[in-house]
Design a protein around this ligand. Structure first.
Ligand code: AMP
Length: 297
């Protein structure tokens, strides 16, 4: 099948209905384009699980602080299409901003108690924007499976919650973060880093990994784990922490003692002027996931 790029919601909807009529499950990978191996890993998993694979490419304007930040985000649909064609994507859904947020758009999805934490606390409206576009895409595309990365752990937790609360017939599948050989989480924003910053950026995962090692050796104090992460980050003059938190994985409430539970260690940090995020899960719960799927939300 030749990959088709669809820009209109009505056309995407009618294609999706055809698959539904044939009882062929659709796998959706929502993205903002500027694709890299992290996204492609999600696509390959979708190819394995679903009959039809749809990648949405939509640079959601509500996720950016201002017009300038939005405009500087890399857009290159032709390049993204070239990456997706050889790995068996059936459709790219790449609507315009006006198609998704037409004049007079007024309905928003807010997951209360989650949308204002972590990313939501420093970027108000960010998670509301993400949740609204996800719900819109679920309604246009009717995916059975939606593939998301642990890299954006809070988004996956919000997505799982809204799917549960609204009884949407969708399963959210969370895949591990893909990193480069230095541990740096792949991100479209890494393109902004200068060579010097690129050398500095792996400090983020080095710091998180140190917490993983301390946890493996039995450390359960959030305070001590955080302190170790901060100390590692302080070694890199180009790095500045915006927030560092250790929370539960359901409501993202801060926790002090990691014993017998699953904790999410989240960090947002500036490397020079570029803001990067990363996280690791520290799992001391009695019911470690047997499937290997990540326990978030
Ligand atoms: P984005 O285009 O950055 O909005 O990301 C689209 C999807 O790809 C989200 O579910 C992300 O969590 C996921 N993703 C982004 N970077 C990575 C990565 N390094 N590893 C795995 N998944 C990722």
């Amino acid at each position: 099948m030749v990959m088709e790029i669809i820009t209109r919601a009505a056309r995407m909807h009618s294609v999706s209905c055809k698959f539904a009529a044939e009882e062929k499950p659709i796998g959706l990978i929502p993205t903002m384009g500027a694709l890299h191996e992290g996204h492609l890993t999600l696509v390959r998993e979708a190819r394995r699980m679903a009959d039809a694979v749809i990648v949405s490419i939509f640079v959601n304007p509500t996720l950016f602080r201002d017009e300038e930040e939005y405009k500087s985000f890399p857009h290159d649909l032709a390049r993204d299409a070239d990456l997706l064609t050889p790995i068996g994507v059936d459709y790219i859904f790449a609507p315009s901003v006006e198609e998704i947020f037409p004049k007079g758009f007024a309905t928003w999805i807010t997951v209360e108690g989650l949308s204002d934490k972590l990313e939501g606390a420093v970027r108000p409206g960010h998670l509301r924007g993400a949740a609204t576009v996800l719900t819109t895409f679920f309604n246009i595309i009717h995916p059975k499976f939606v593939f998301m990365g642990q890299k954006d752990a809070q988004q996956t937790i919000v997505a799982k919650k809204l799917v549960r609360d609204l009884h949407l017939p969708v399963e959210i599948i969370v895949m591990p973060t893909v990193r480069d050989e230095n541990g740096l989480a792949l991100s479209s924003r890494n393109q902004y880093l200068s060579l010097e910053e690129l050398r500095a950026a792996p400090v983020i995962y080095r710091a998180l990994h140190q917490a993983e090692e301390m946890f493996a050796e039995g450390e359960r104090s959030a305070k001590r784990l955080k302190r170790a992460i901060e100390k590692e980050m302080e070694k890199e003059p180009l790095a500045r922490i915006e927030y560092l938190s250790i929370t539960d994985t359901e409501w993202l409430e801060p926790i002090d003692d990691l014993s017998h539970r699953t904790a999410l260690v989240s960090i947002a940090a500036y490397i020079g002027k570029t803001r990067l995020t990363d996280n690791v899960i520290l799992d001391d719960s009695a019911y470690k996931s047997k499937s290997g799927r990540l326990k978030l939300g």
